[in-house]
Write a protein that binds this ligand. Structure first.
Ligand SMILES: [Zn+2]
Length: 305
């Protein structure tokens, strides 16, 4: 989220766009991650708008506690950390007899149990910065088509979308953090941070041959694009993009598809992926300009990251 979408979501989007997203589980995952991403993006926008600027916004913090865990947001002041979990559930969320249901389906990882574990670990991190810091867990159900049915009092504070502005504004003015405190927080978070924490299963890179080939629109994923000298334009949504940007974007895509075979990151394979809609010369020109070359003459490939 901090740097855009997580890698697994990007990967699933590629498979989907190119017609090789097989299996119900993968489709479900793409939906869940997309909703999660959209929800967090929206919460971030609202926070930037309604939260006093002296609050520090920490977002998408991954840490270890037996397994990889994530905190969506921590809104920090000198003495209070609001630990925010954003849920973007479309439809009905029900809490009854200590169980959580989404559209009448039991939620596998009980969201309130996960919060208990999350707050325990974040609490320790906070105390190591300053023992006076209080960590307050808050759930935000952000989906505008979401409905909550709480048959009992939830173990944590729960906000609905229409309470969000009031909540953020209500956090109010806080004293600006001293540089010293701010540095200590950064150090403590860095010490506990892990890289995006999920090892996901990728398909064999030969999936490249089964994929739909061609250049597609960055915005709406349509393959209906006009390709001209300065750039492409989508016939569906009108989005324009320079040729250089198109090549870089598809090169990154190729690097995710052939993840464990870096020598496949060459101009030929990239043109294969783009259905040869650009000349090899053009592809090479922008690959050389943007990425580092590896290998000798005929076996040149690029370090794309
Ligand atoms: Zn488009």
């Amino acid at each position: 989220m901090k740097n855009g979408k997580n890698e697994e979501l990007v990967y699933l989007e590629i498979l989907d766009a190119r017609g090789v997203l097989f299996g119900e589980k993968r489709k479900e995952k793409l939906y869940t991650y997309t909703m999660g991403y959209e929800g967090e993006r929206e919460f971030l926008e609202w926070s930037q708008r309604y939260l006093h600027s002296n609050w520090r916004i920490e977002n998408d913090f991954w840490f270890l506690d037996g397994k990889a865990m994530q905190a969506d947001f921590i809104l920090m002041s000198a003495y209070i950390w609001n630990l925010i979990e954003v849920k973007n559930y479309y439809g009905h969320f029900t809490y009854k007899d200590g169980l959580c249901w989404h559209n009448n389906k039991l939620i596998d990882d009980d969201i309130f149990d996960v919060m208990k574990q999350r707050i325990n670990r974040i609490g320790k991190i906070a105390v190591a910065v300053d023992h006076r810091i209080e960590v307050r867990p808050v759930f935000v159900f952000i989906n505008q088509h979401g409905q909550l049915h709480m048959h009992q009092k939830p173990p944590f504070e729960v906000l609905q979308r229409n309470q969000l502005v009031e909540f953020l504004e209500g956090l109010g003015y806080v004293e600006p953090m001293t540089a010293n405190l701010s540095n200590r927080i950064t150090q403590q978070l860095d010490r506990n941070r892990i890289a995006y924490g999920i090892n996901y299963t990728r398909l064999d890179p030969t999936v490249l041959t089964q994929m739909r080939k061609g250049i597609y629109c960055a915005n709406c994923k349509s393959f209906e694009v006009n390709i001209n000298k300065p750039g492409i334009q989508c016939r569906q949504c009108g989005t324009k993009e320079s040729i250089e940007s198109v090549i870089c974007r598809h090169a990154k895509e190729l690097s995710i598809i052939v993840h464990n075979l870096p020598e496949m990151l060459n101009s030929k394979n990239l043109n294969f992926l783009m259905a040869n809609q650009l000349s090899l010369r053009t592809t090479r020109k922008y690959l050389s300009k943007n990425f580092e070359k590896e290998g000798k003459s005929r076996k040149t490939y690029y370090k794309i990251k």
